[in-house]
Design a protein around this ligand. Sequence first.
Ligand code: NI
Length: 174
Amino acid sequence: MAVRKIITPPNPLLRQPSLKVAEVDDTIRALIADMFDTMYDAPGIGLAAVQIGEPLAVIVMDIHSGDAEKEPRPLALINPEVVWSSDNRVTYQEGCLSVPEIYDEVERPAEVRVRFLDEQGNEQERLFGGLEAICVQHEIDHTKGILFVDHLSRLKREKYLKKVIKRAKQASAA
Ligand code: NI
């Protein structure tokens, strides 16, 4: 298990749809362990495999990450797919470990039902609400090459991405 490097724009992998996992084996379980280590280290409440440079449809979440007073709530979802979303929508201030220090409001369905494989390779379906619904949709977006800033206006998106790229350049030059 290891904390891995989180990629940021303009890394083209972030724009690439992830491949479905054909078989849930020890390699996938080791990837998930690294993803949890990386997510908790950041800390963040969600991470997609592509963010550590592995374009596979695997996501991890824990909405209590970074909050020592709350019970951990780790969840790993393989090949996650939204099979139903509510008409009711909510707005939430989102951020992303791959788009550091940028936060803005995104509107999404308030509830979603997601079909996925668990770490044993069994098919599961689960209804998500509240912050978990926001988080799971944000992470599933990553498996499609979508970043949360894509839900904003083009003007905002370009401004934010430019800022992230500029900061990364300054950091690597320093
Ligand atoms: Ni993200």
